[in-house]
Design a protein around this ligand. Structure first.
Ligand SMILES: [Zn+2]
Length: 429
């Protein structure tokens, strides 16, 4: 018994000494590691970011890499920069440099800029340039970012492109609405072979190419599009607000022979007008719709087949109007911004539901009633004025004949023939 007791006591003493020694050694080691870490930490961080993440780059990519340290002479603070950028040219290069300079100017302890790139269908090239800044180098968690910002640069072959080159205006508006943001906050992230990635106010949304989707505007056989003809580029013109102007509008067409006669007369005086057309006639006369757009005049929406829109449900009315927009887009690659409900028949719920502006008229020539050239001319001259929207119907040959005369007449008075959209822009509507 005695022997055993003594033995146990001795063991406890030894254990205590051992534990104490270990604790002391541990403290020393921790202290040494911390000191060492503080000393080599900047080097470690620089090394961590010294190489670009190669697996996300295009194979033939040229990369501009630089890793350097900058010291603030006054405070003695050290800034580490590890920057890896694609080699770009022209406008894209300027865009990228502005972004990079902005990040550098923030003077974060560590600035790491890297990028991902990809190509789709050998046509589109996308770059996502990510800049991450970190706080104090000697912080316990130096790799914890304080801020991450991204820049998106997309090309269609050699041309810089944006969200409008991928998605139709209605899709962009719908996205903005869905995320309670503005159209300006919807940005194109990158184009892939199964869809496009979009950033809406910070939220990334992936749009898969879907055969039934009428949203895409991309010019590639692998991407579904309802655009069946070559896109028409309409040149925007300057309107002189100090000169008189008039907006002729023609409803119920297109009507090939009459519409052409009016377009020719407008072209002679460098004028434009607005044609509120019916969807089913646009389908019947695609060449006339394209001719209007090519002349610079505006095509607007007068519903698919002249129904009373308030007698439909709001959803059905919106669908009716949207179907005409889709037809126009499929023929020209352009969008419709204005709608004139047939018979001027609409109410506040329709006005709220339509994304297009509703356009009525200031002067009714009653051409559909008289169908008489002289009467149409005299009605117009009697009531029209500077800044007026005048209502005609180009389905009547008498209207076309009268319009030709009226275009000559108002041109001789120094009037500018403007579209309704141009008129609204000048008047700030
Ligand atoms: Zn009508």
């Amino acid at each position: 018994m005695e022997k055993l007791k003594r033995k146990r006591r001795v063991r406890i003493d030894r254990v205590l000494i051992l534990v104490g020694g270990c604790l002391l050694a541990l403290l020393l080691v921790v202290g040494a590691i911390t000191a060492l870490f503080k000393l080599i930490n900047p080097t470690l961080i620089a090394k961590e970011y010294s190489k670009p993440a190669l697996e996300i780059k295009l194979e033939d990519e040229k990369i501009d890499s630089e890793v350097f340290t900058k010291k603030n002479k006054e405070t003695g603070e050290k800034y580490i920069y590890a920057i890896h950028l694609p080699v770009l040219e022209g406008e894209a290069e300027t865009l990228m440099n502005t972004f990079v300079e902005g990040i550098k100017a923030e003077n974060a302890a560590v600035t790491h800029i890297d990028f991902a790139s990809n190509t789709a269908f050998s046509q589109y090239k996308s770059y996502v340039i990510t800049a991450t800044t970190y706080s104090d180098i000697e912080d316990k968690n130096p790799f914890n970012p304080i801020k991450t910002e991204e820049l998106y640069i997309n090309f269609d072959s050699e041309e810089l492109i944006d969200i409008e080159d991928c998605l139709r205006g209605k899709a962009i508006s719908n996205l903005a609405k869905k995320y309670e943001s503005d159209k300006e906050n919807v940005r194109l992230v990158n184009i892939q072979e199964n869809g496009v990635e979009v950033n809406v106010n910070g939220t990334k949304v992936f749009y898969t190419y879907n055969e039934n989707n009428t949203d895409f505007v991309m010019n590639n056989e692998n991407v579904p599009s309802i655009l069946k003809y070559e896109k028409i580029d309409v040149e925007k013109r300057e309107i002189d607000p100090s000169k008189p102007m008039i907006a002729f509008t023609f409803d119920d067409g297109p009507s090939p022979a009459n519409t052409k006669k009016i377009l020719d007369a407008l072209a002679k005086v460098g004028g434009r007008a607005t044609f509120f057309e019916l969807g089913y006639l646009m389908e019947n006369y695609p060449d006339t719709v394209r001719a209007i757009t090519e002349q610079g005049s505006e095509v607007a929406n007068h519903s698919y087949d002249h129904d009373w829109l308030t007698q439909k449900s709001v959803e059905a009315a919106v669908e009716d109007i949207q179907s005409v927009n889709d037809i126009f887009f499929s023929l020209t690659g352009n969008e419709i911004n204005l709608v004139r409900p047939p018979y001027g028949d609409y109410n506040s719920s329709l006005a709220q539901a339509f994304s297009e502006k509703i356009v009525m008229w200031d002067v009714d020539t009653r051409d559909w009633e008289s169908r008489d050239v002289d009467s149409i001319i005299s009605m117009t001259k009697k009531y029209a004025y500077d800044g007026a929207i005048v209502l005609f119907h180009d389905i009547y040959s008498t209207t076309a004949t009268a319009a030709v005369e009226l275009i000559k007449y108002y041109d001789s008075l120094g009037y500018q023939f403007v579209t309704v959209s141009e008129l609204y822009e000048v008047k700030g509507k």
